[in-house]
Design a protein around this ligand. Structure first.
Ligand code: IPD
Ligand code: CA
Length: 268
């Protein structure tokens, strides 16, 4: 399948995301009960992360041998063809570890002209978000059309935090400006799902500093194809650039708020 149509690639990505999601979901009960018997609480998650990624990468290597792959665990792999897959085999690792909902498999493909498609499968809710560049976004096959955002002070904004203390300290410094200016904040625990929830109207906007391409690639296509604005706001002292998604009408107010938050955070 060297030069498959994007729709065929989307079908492949959807089937792989659902299969990997089923593998994760099947073990999530086990993750909860076996944690006490493993050498560390993250062992089980690491094992499942790797199993999910091995399934996806194995199938991609078989059906798309010329394509290259960027995956969270394995890094860069594969051929020198024009298509690149970007894979996060388990986004929402902490939710998965604690038996909370909202963990997902995220698969995107891009060509020489940019993103082609995105699939985010939330295995905890059996929700598959799909998008084809220029053609739209869907949730379990139903078209997503993101309605406009309310005024900023009535917006529900998703965000997330990295793993290192330094990153968290810089991210926390944004909150004194952001939190009083919006309806509320949610920390869902999966950036891929946050972006899809902006598409689905469950969040009005989302931002997070320092995400990896695997966290963002598929969810960004879903959000954009549903009609949301996706972009970034440059970071500041100790703060990497922020990825941003915003419902129609919110990109100006949200990016202005994040710039203000960043500038205030940089002040002693
Ligand atoms: C994390 C999630 C989380 C975000 C973190 C990511 P992981 O990915 O997307 O919501 O706040 O920055 O690293 O570790 O669950 O794959
Ligand atoms: Ca991730």
């Amino acid at each position: 399948m060297p030069d498959a149509e994007p729709a065929a690639l989307l079908e492949l990505a959807t089937s792989l995301a659902r299969r990997a999601g089923a593998l994760l979901a099947e073990a999530s009960g086990r993750a909860r009960t076996e944690i006490g018997t493993k050498s560390s609480s993250t062992d089980m998650v690491t094992e499942m992360d790797r199993a999910s990624e091995a399934l996806i990468l194995g199938e991609l290597a078989r059906s798309r041998p010329g394509d290259s792959i960027l995956a969270e665990e394995a890094g860069t792999k594969g051929g020198d063809g024009p298509i690149r897959w970007i894979v996060d085999p388990l986004d929402g690792t902490t939710n998965y570890l604690y038996g909370l909902p909202a963990y997902a498999v995220s698969i995107a493909a891009e060509g020489p002209g940019g993103p082609l498609l995105g699939v985010v499968h939330d295995a905890s809710r059996q929700e598959t978000f799909t998008a084809l560049a220029g053609q739209g976004a869907w949730l379990n096959g139903v078209r997503l059309l993101r309605p406009p955002a309310p005024a900023l002070d009535r917006c529900l904004i998703g965000t997330g935090f990295g793993y290192s203390s330094e990153r968290r300290r810089a991210q926390a410094r944004l909150l004194p400006t952001v939190l009083p200016s919006v309806r509320d904040i949610r920390r869902v625990g999966s950036a891929a799902i946050d972006l899809c929830w902006v598409a689905a109207g469950r969040l009005d906007g989302f931002y997070e500093a320092g995400l990896g391409p695997w966290d963002l690639a598929a969810g960004m296509v879903v959000a954009e194809e549903a009609g949301a604005w996706v972009g970034s706001v440059p970071g500041g002292a100790e703060l990497p650039d922020m990825a941003v998604a915003a419902a129609p009408g919110l990109s100006g107010p949200l990016t202005a708020l994040l710039e203000e938050a960043r500038d205030r955070a940089g002040r002693p």
